[in-house]
Design a protein around this ligand. Structure first.
Ligand SMILES: [Zn+2]
Length: 503
């Protein structure tokens, strides 16, 4: 029986609480601690997914009211590792943690078989560490910092540091997050802005999973959901056939390869069985939550949207979609153009030509689509005569509207690039055709270099902070605009912009 229990901090690993307890009682051996905590000195322990928690709770001092469920949901890695499991499967893991099962739960959730490994050393944020010491006189191990793929501390925007404390050993000792293993010096962020931006979203999604406030989904529904979203983006046919090469290719355009290797998720485009191809197919393979989040982020969907969206139809989703901010008319014209320029082609051939556009119209404007789109069998193939000049005019118009809409968008500015313009219009590769001379020229002209984009983002952040009545400083602007706190070049740029905008 334990007579005391140290205060448990928010997001603290149970392992960390026990380590502090051990230190507090001046215990030397792991065995003595186990005897005290579980009433047994020889047992399997785990930092991330501990078990026998009912027994542990029974040994707690009577004043301590924490429940076993609270321990598991708020102080272990259970919510993260079971987030994409079915209700049945995660309940079974939960039961093992409550009552104990005598074997390693890590293996059951895919630590050993999976390709995404947990960090094998405990991690911490140097700034959190020094704040903790100031505030509490001690620090502790946070759950969020141990999640694979979490590179930063969300609060301080600093890179997390690794320690010497092993995290996955079955008979690991109990280490406190103290001066022996942590310190308050932090390294400069060496990753580029895109990586930070990507990881930011990943961390927020992770936090949503850790909070655990959502309904579980079954694996076949999850895969169906992916197929639905892929279809909307033009990566799958109406009956769910995935255009795998396109999908993989775009995925690799979206994620820098350096980021994918940081996330233990490199994709070899030439390999037929790369993880991404297998991921969106119906099979019982273990899928790491990290990779679910990568795929969702690529699809532009947050973990919250994913779990709160219960409408999977397998065919066309009934979900209300965000209606793009510009003209239906322009899209209709572009579609008519495709029909006109390609006489004799059947629907699926037309769709191939205007993939993204087709997807959009098919979803949002189906009646009109049915009316105007010819339903012909594949006749003798005629070489379509395309009036490229005319099409160029129309595409130029679309591109102009898209740029305006990107520049006038609410919230954090998006960089004007060929890819963001295409995204805004909802068209794909055909838009980059060399024959669209003026359109290409225009896109080249408006493409923002990184410097101008930064300035635009800085001005936006200054405006937002002023609107909120905040006393604007370089540092605040830096954080608000998402640059991170350590980039000296950016800090200088911000100071310059502030001078000119205040003058
Ligand atoms: Zn921190």
């Amino acid at each position: 029986m334990m007579n005391v229990l140290p205060q448990i901090y928010r997001d603290e690993l149970l392992y960390s609480v026990l380590s502090r307890y051990k230190r507090m009682c001046g215990m030397q051996s792991r065995r003595a601690l186990l005897k005290d905590v579980y009433g047994e000195s020889k047992m399997l322990t785990s930092i991330f997914l501990p078990q026998y928690l009912e027994r542990f709770r029974e040994n707690l001092p009577p004043y301590c009211k924490i429940t076993v469920d609270e321990l598991i949901l708020n102080h272990t890695m259970f919510p993260f590792y079971t987030s994409f499991f079915s209700k049945e499967r995660s309940n079974s893991i939960l039961n093992m943690m409550v009552n104990g099962c005598g074997k390693s739960i890590e293996n059951l959730v895919g630590f050993s078989g999976g390709k995404v490994k947990p960090y094998n050393r405990l991690r911490y944020c140097p700034r959190c560490y020094s704040e903790d010491i100031d505030e509490y006189g001690e620090s502790f191990w946070r759950r969020l910092h141990q999640v694979p793929g979490v590179l930063y501390c969300l609060k301080h925007e600093t890179l997390l540091e690794s320690t010497i404390v092993p995290s996955t050993e079955k008979y690991a000792d109990y280490w406190c997050a103290d001066t022996d293993v942590c310190n308050a010096t932090f390294k400069d962020d060496t990753y580029d802005e895109r990586i930070m931006e990507l990881n930011w979203t990943y961390i927020k999604n992770t936090m949503f999973l850790m909070n655990g406030d959502y309904q579980k989904k079954e694996l076949p529904d999850i895969v169906d959901f992916y197929v639905d979203r892929l279809r909307e983006k033009g990566f799958a046919s109406a009956n769910g056939f995935i255009y795998m090469n396109d999908f993989v290719h775009q995925f690799l355009q979206f994620y820098p390869s350096h980021y994918l290797s940081l996330m233990q998720s490199n994709v070899d485009e030439n390999q037929q069985a790369n993880w991404l191809r297998l991921f969106v197919r119906n099979n019982a393979k273990n899928r790491s939550p990290l990779r679910h989040l990568l795929v969702l982020q690529f699809l532009g969907i947050s973990a919250e949207e994913f779990f709160h969206d219960q409408s999977i139809l397998g065919r066309i989703s009934a979900r209300v979609n965000h209606v793009p901010s510009f003209d239906l008319e322009a899209r209709r014209n572009a579609w008519l153009k495709i029909i006109e320029d390609n006489p004799g082609l059947n629907r699926s051939q037309l769709k191939e030509i205007g993939k993204g556009l087709h997807t959009w119209i098919y979803k949002h404007d189906i009646e009109w689509y049915e009316r105007v789109t010819p339903r012909v069998g594949a006749r003798k193939k005629r070489t379509p005569v395309i009036d490229w000049a005319k099409r160029d005019d129309e595409c130029l118009e679309l591109a102009k509207q898209a740029v305006e809409s990107i520049l006038n968008r609410e919230g954090k500015p998006i960089r004007v690039l060929a890819s963001t313009i295409r995204q805004e219009i909802g068209v794909r590769r055909w838009f980059d055709s060399r024959k669209l001379v003026y359109t290409r020229q225009f896109i080249e002209q408006v493409t923002e270099d990184i410097h101008s984009y930064r300035i635009r983002k800085i001005r936006w952040a200054i405006g937002e902070l002023e609107r909120e009545g905040v006393n604007v400083t370089v540092y605040k602007v830096q954080l608000y605009a998402g640059f991170g706190g350590n980039n000296k070049k950016v800090a200088e740029l911000i100071a310059k912009v502030m001078e000119t905008s205040l003058a």
